[in-house]
Ligand binder design. Structure first.
Ligand code: AP5
Ligand code: MG
Length: 217
């Protein structure tokens, strides 16, 4: 099964994606994480994508689609996978369906209003070493600015500043209508409330996924 996580920046795609990964034993493919790692390592891809990410703009569809195509060829994706942050427009949907015409898919939009998004993102911190995500208000580390798991320094994402967040939201709002329509037409679209605790949001997703899996059996 292909699980597509949709939602504005800061809606919790990464947080929930990791929980789905653990519970349903499916690999999570997060295009933003892959791109940020490439930037950190200064690979040719990272150098090409850095300016767009910093500005909150989309990286080229072809570049991102080729990353996903490479990843889903790996054997751990045979039983399915979770997409976090892809597809982000109709062209990426077209590219995705061309690379894997998956028969079973589900698109879940995690809906969170703009005020919540901004609050979450300006307070997000990430471990520079292992990538664990924190929120200094809702899920702070035990030791200020250091990761609970590996002791790494916590940093703020370069695109988590108010101006860039607004641009990311603007792009999201422009593209999401067509994406919703596409998955609604296919009868695989679900929208859930992304507010409440992380566990409460996960419960909403779990109910949808379990009902889909039960139907299959
Ligand atoms: P990407 O990394 O995908 O960023 P995004 O879509 O803007 O989403 P975020 O990662 O910011 O938020 P999230 O929904 O994962 O929330 P999280 O769980 O971390 O993309 C970044 C950039 O890469 C793009 O702008 C673009 O340049 C490029 N890119 C990526 N994919 C691309 C594509 N397909 N095409 C072209 N370009 C692409 O949670 C946020 C915070 O809230 C955390 O602090 C968390 O702890 C907290 N939180 C989560 N849930 C809750 C809760 N229930 N209650 C309280 N706090 C919560
Ligand atoms: Mg994310």
């Amino acid at each position: 099964m292909r699980i597509i996580l949709l939602g504005p920046p800061g809606s919790g795609k990464g947080t929930q994606g990791e929980m789905i990964e653990r519970k349903f034993n499916l690999p999570r493919i997060a295009t933003g994480d892959i791109l940020r790692e490439a930037v950190k390592l200064k690979t040719p891809l990272g150098l090409a994508a850095e300016a767009q990410i910093k500005a909150g703009h989309l990286v080229s569809d072809e570049i991102v689609a080729s990353l996903v195509a490479e990843r889903i060829k790996q054997s751990d994706c045979l039983q399915g996978y979770i997409l976090d942050g892809f597809p982000r427009n109709l062209n990426q949907i077209k590219l995705l369906e061309k690379m894997d015409n998956c028969q079973e898919e589900i698109a879940i939009e995690i809906y969170v209003p703009e005020e919540t998004v901004i609050k979450r993102l300006v307070n997000r911190r990430i471990c520079s070493s292992c990538g664990t995500v924190y929120n200094i208000i809702t899920s702070p580390p035990q030791r200020f600015e250091f990761c609970d798991f590996c002791g790494g320094q916590l940093i703020q994402r370069e695109d988590d500043n108010a101006e860039v967040i607004r641009e990311r939201l603007r792009i999201y709002e422009t593209e999401i209508k067509d994406i919703r329509e596409h998955y609604c037409r296919k009868g695989v679209f679900y929208k859930i409330n992304g507010e409440g605790s992380v566990d409460e949001v996960f419960k909403r997703i779990e109910i949808i996924l379990e009902s889909k899996i039960k139907k299959k059996v």
